[in-house]
Design a binder for this molecule. Structure first.
Ligand code: AMP
Length: 113
């Protein structure tokens, strides 16, 4: 999508700090990290949010979850980590391209809401 921030990042029209890339997935450091490790993992195909996952595009989501342990290991997250996705208004999703936050490197707060 031409007006999507993360599509522009994937296309290298906007710079980012790459962590991982393959044919279906791109991962890069969050510009405003909320933990010592804060990586965003996105499908290269535009999916607006978790609410847009379906039988046609779920393979790229499965790929994301295959690579998360590899990224976590590469980032040294041997003591655990958190993976979250914000969806829609109530989920406070600010960028409308599906992304998973990988957070770690410290003991994270228990509270989610
Ligand atoms: P969410 O609020 O779940 O939609 O998360 C969007 C995330 O994108 C936030 O954590 C932002 O800090 C991050 N973000 C926004 N713009 C950029 C950018 N240009 N490069 C890296 N991360 C970004």
């Amino acid at each position: 999508m031409s007006d999507c921030l993360f599509c522009k990042i994937i296309a290298r029209q906007i710079p980012s700090s790459a962590v991982y890339e393959d044919d279906a997935v791109y991962a890069f450091r969050d510009i405003a990290p909320m933990a010592p490790v804060h990586v965003l993992i996105v499908p290269k195909e535009h999916i607006a949010s978790a609410d847009g996952i379906n039988a046609e595009n779920s393979a790229s989501v499965a790929r994301i979850f295959e690579v998360i342990p590899k990224i976590a290991a590469a980032e040294g997250l041997t003591n655990g980590y958190r993976v979250i996705t914000n969806c829609g208004e109530d989920g406070c999703q600010s960028v409308k391209h599906l992304h998973f936050h990988l957070l770690g490197g410290k003991k994270l707060p228990e509270t989610m809401a």
